[in-house]
Design a protein around this ligand. Structure first.
Ligand SMILES: Nc1ncnc2c1ncn2[C@@H]1O[C@H](COP(=O)(O)OP(=O)(O)OP(=O)(O)O)[C@@H](O)[C@H]1O
Ligand SMILES: [Mg+2]
Length: 212
């Protein structure tokens, strides 16, 4: 089973948005997918509750309540939505569950600053330092031709973790969440620009590069 965690101590950067879309991506590919929500805010579980019955099944796991005890053993992918403000022992504990970690970052000075501090801490956690977990950064909610996106692009290009994809700021994400879907389940004429932007991220997730 693959364990993919979406993690950043910074709040509101798109962890739940990425986690639900990664889960929907693999489910629509025919994989058995579980989505574990480690945040008592329950954004991923609330999304699952909105999911239409005729869509590819994703099993919800209330990780914030009882960890992965009730996670289905036969899942191909377990996607984990992590809570904001994970630090210290809690962070070390969380990371035990994943060998692939996706870190979303917003184009904002506050977010880049907070992410720098977070990545420094993350890279010092034993499991990551020993390369038993692979990390990648994803720019989220970007707007082309903005100075702050240029700053984020430059910041992530120089960061000590691979910079895998840049996802635009789009109502499609809001629309998809409301309907319990991922952007891969929206009509092509609406979502093709987002599908294109996700390609490097899904390619990385499918490749050995995202696995220790
Ligand atoms: N690419 C995007 N385009 C447009 N809106 C987005 C995008 N990504 C996230 N959002 C919106 O930004 C807000 C925060 O996203 P989300 O809840 O996924 O972040 P989070 O990191 O899980 O937050 P928290 O730290 O509170 O758990 C939500 O309203 C979400 O719909
Ligand atoms: Mg969240």
């Amino acid at each position: 089973m693959r364990h993919i965690m979406v993690l950043n101590a910074k709040g509101g950067c798109g962890k739940s948005t990425l986690a639900t879309n990664i889960a929907s991506y693999f489910a629509t590919q025919g994989a058995a997918v579980a989505l574990a929500d480690y945040d008592p805010q329950r954004s991923s579980l609330d999304w699952l509750a909105r999911r239409p019955e005729n869509r590819a099944t994703i099993t919800g796991v209330a990780g914030f309540e009882d960890g992965l005890r009730h996670a289905p053993r036969n899942a191909d992918f377990l996607v984990i939505d992590a809570p904001a403000r994970s630090h210290g022992a809690e962070l070390t504990d969380l990371i035990k569950h994943a060998e692939t970690i996706v870190v979303p970052v917003l184009p904002s000075t506050i977010d880049m600053q907070a992410t720098s501090t977070f990545l420094e801490e993350l890279r010092s956690v034993g499991k990551v330092a020993k390369k038993q977990a692979k990390i990648a950064a994803v720019a989220n909610r970007v707007r082309d031709n903005t100075l702050i996106f240029d700053d984020l692009d430059e910041y992530l290009s120089k960061a000590k973790v691979p910079y895998i994809a840049a996802l635009r700021d789009a109502q499609n994400y809001v629309r998809a969440y409301t309907r319990g879907l991922g952007i891969f389940e929206l009509p092509e004429y609406l979502a093709w620009p987002d599908w294109d932007e996700w390609e490097p991220l899904t390619a990385w997730l499918r490749s050995k590069r995202s696995q220790p």
